[in-house]
Design a protein around this ligand. Structure first.
Ligand SMILES: C[S@@+](CC[C@H](N)C(=O)[O-])C[C@H]1O[C@@H](n2cnc3c(N)ncnc32)[C@H](O)[C@@H]1O
Length: 315
């Protein structure tokens, strides 16, 4: 079984996909205690190092290195500040890459990285990967194409060590989106497929803060037969549950509910399902904001599985 080291592992979305693709994850790492708690509660057998990556000096040797470094500075959801320190954690990933020298690596990040104001950082990463000895490809993938009931476009870098003489090809979609040309591919699942069997109003699992003006500055609603809007880390900005009334646009950045029927955000458990996780056990060590946060930060496991399974057999 090929081995992997995972950095910026969060609660384990990427690593769950990696295991499903047949990898043994030797080490995971993050600074967030609740990410570690959720990971170790649900995915045993991996050493989880709870530490700032900058303090880790030694890594196990492995065939594959993966990392989904944070993205606040590039993200539509976060503050767009391309010069924030957090945006330079990719250098830590490259440090680990040069120490471990795995046969391949996979990185996931927000698609905003390729926007004009961040493009120098995108290019800088490519240069560092190449000068570390890897042939690098990148692509933006939409989770819906891989059977996840959520619109989530993310950038992936995949590198294969140059001496192996292989070039990576990204996986073809396994699912068809609504409106795409008919093909033999199955339709992408809907919100109903993903969460339709869960309780209608799961007390204690929903962020019930009022819907403030910023929340209502855009459409947060999707119906049962659609795919979810992107699940983000902030519980306050979780999409509406489809049982809520629809939102109507009354001004450029202003939406109102079409009726007074009860409205709610999706719960953190529903968010996990819409991210493509199986049913997770949520430890009681922290409250609901932390649960939404680590789930919203995660890579949908089916997407990571597809990317890892498409790696050439260089092991
Ligand atoms: C995009 S999330 C990773 C998601 C994860 N791969 C998953 O699929 O669940 C980025 C992670 O980087 C972690 N992080 C931020 N700064 C860090 C640091 N200095 N050292 C280690 N981890 C850090 C965050 O806590 C966050 O969990």
């Amino acid at each position: 079984m090929p081995t992997a080291v995972s950095l910026f592992s969060g609660c384990g979305g990427s690593d769950d996909g990696l295991r499903a693709a047949g990898f043994d994850v030797l080490m995971a790492n993050d600074v967030l205690a609740y990410a570690r708690d959720l990971y170790t509660e649900n995915f045993g057998g991996t050493e989880y190092v709870l530490k700032d990556i900058r303090q880790i000096k030694h890594f196990p040797s492995a065939d594959l290195l993966i990392g989904c470094y944070p993205c606040q500075g590039f993200s539509q959801a976060g503050v767009r500040q391309p010069d924030r320190n957090i945006n330079f954690l990719y250098r830590e990933f490259v440090r680990a890459l040069r120490l471990i020298k795995p046969k391949a690596f996979v990185v996931e990040n927000v698609s905003g990285m390729v926007r004009e104001d961040n493009f120098h950082l995108f290019q800088n990463q490519v240069v560092r990967f190449r000068t570390s000895g890897y042939r690098v490809r990148s692509a933006i993938l939409d989770a819906r194409h891989f059977g996840v009931a959520q619109e989530r476009r993310r950038l992936f870098f995949v590198g294969i060590r140059s001496d192996l003489g292989e070039t990576y090809e990204f996986p073809h979609p396994t699912h068809r989106l609504p409106g795409e040309e008919p093909s033999s591919l199955p339709q992408c699942p809907t919100i109903k497929d993903a969460i339709g069997d869960l309780p209608a109003w799961p007390e204690g699992e929903i962020d019930v803060q009022p819907f403030h003006w910023y929340y209502l500055s855009r459409n947060r609603y999707r119906g049962w037969d659609e795919q979810s809007k992107t699940i983000v880390a902030s519980s306050r900005h979780a999409p509406l549950h489809p049982s809520s009334p629809k939102l109507l646009r009354v001004h450029t950045d202003k939406w109102i509910f079409e009726s007074d029927a009860p409205a709610r955000r999706i719960s953190y458990r529903e968010a996990a399902r819409l991210q493509g996780f199986g049913d997770l056990r949520f430890p009681e060590t922290q409250g609901i904001a932390s649960r939404y946060r680590v789930i919203g930060n995660a890579v949908p496991p089916p997407v990571f599985k597809a990317v890892a399974a498409a790696l050439p057999d260089v092991w």
